[in-house]
Design a protein around this ligand. Sequence first.
Ligand code: NAP
Ligand code: ZN
Ligand code: ZN
Length: 348
Amino acid sequence: MLKTNGYAAQTATSKLAPFEFERREVGAGDVLIEILFCGVCHSDIHQARNEWRNSIYPMVPGHEIVGRVKQVGVEVSKFKEGDIAGVGCFTDSCRSCENCKNDFEQFCLVHCSQTYNSTEMDKTTPTFGGYSNQIVVDENFALKIFATQNLANVAPLLCAGITTYSPLKKFNVREGQKVGVVGLGGLGHMGVKLAASMGAEVTVFSTSPSKEQDARKLGAHNFVVTKEPENMKPLAGKFDFILDTVSAAHDLNMYLNLLKLNGAMVIVGVPEKPAEVQAFALIGNNRTLAGSGIGGIAETQEMLDYCAAHDITSDVEIIPIQQIEEAYERTIKADVRYRFVIDMQSLA
Ligand code: NAP
Ligand code: ZN
Ligand code: ZN
């Protein structure tokens, strides 16, 4: 077994602290990745604090992983030693069910082995995430990363990037469309960059007036402060597509009313408590309300290739692992510009 160092939450209320654990030996189809950077997703906070009521402890969070391949198994062909590789939200699945065959491994009908707060395919061995110095993963579940891009800025693509790219593609967001992005955090700022790159006119809906200048730099054309209800009224029925990335309870109906005929709103944020939806907010204009969960391996690679081709990465604040609790508090206060990324060298 491989002795590994990380940071773990021991309970829902304890602070993250140094934790030593073991990873499996490098199997024939595995790669061993020395983790260089790991993004801090709001999902890490929800889970470390058991807000989704499904937490397994001790928990080593982190699913926006970029690192260098240190060792490859004898059957590995996709990577060689020294390559840069990424790991996202899951590290294995059955590979043969209908959903896996259709490139939706995240919805594997047998078991999707998530990168942390989950188990391996044996449904017993706990998985530990990227707030650690190394990870062993089957080559089929590792992503190829372009070493020419700044790796700290690439890490958040592995979750925030794919989670926003996937619904924008599915709903065919394109030039000539008006797109709203609700919440300018880690996911939201990627949603803005990606939707703008696809040619849409992007409006950010934010509770933070101080983010307006940044929003425009990220590619947004309009910025609406949602705390002022009068700001919303003139926008009723104007939008083709809205991406809701908000991590806390909020009113969905207010945004549904902004959709035009056949417009769609996709929820990617996961607040702790359920929301109320008025039937009339959906019935009017034949609106669609949908959800979207990360993306499969093929689509994640497609997104990474797209971001490399369009020179898109995340805006990050790099922190040592010792500052993780402060980063969590600032993220909860919507005070992250726009993703914290842990420099894993700080773990040494
Ligand atoms: P984040 O960086 O904390 O961003 C969330 C943003 O939502 C904040 O920056 C803030 O933007 C806004 N917000 C926060 N509290 C709010 C409130 N009470 N009312 C209105 N707006 C509020 O979080 P993230 O990492 O982007 O993740 C966002 C959500 O997506 C989380 O719930 C996370 O678990 C979930 N997620 C889902 C998937 C998936 O596959 N569906 C994948 C990853 C993450 P403003 O300051 O602009 O208002
Ligand atoms: Zn995430
Ligand atoms: Zn499957």
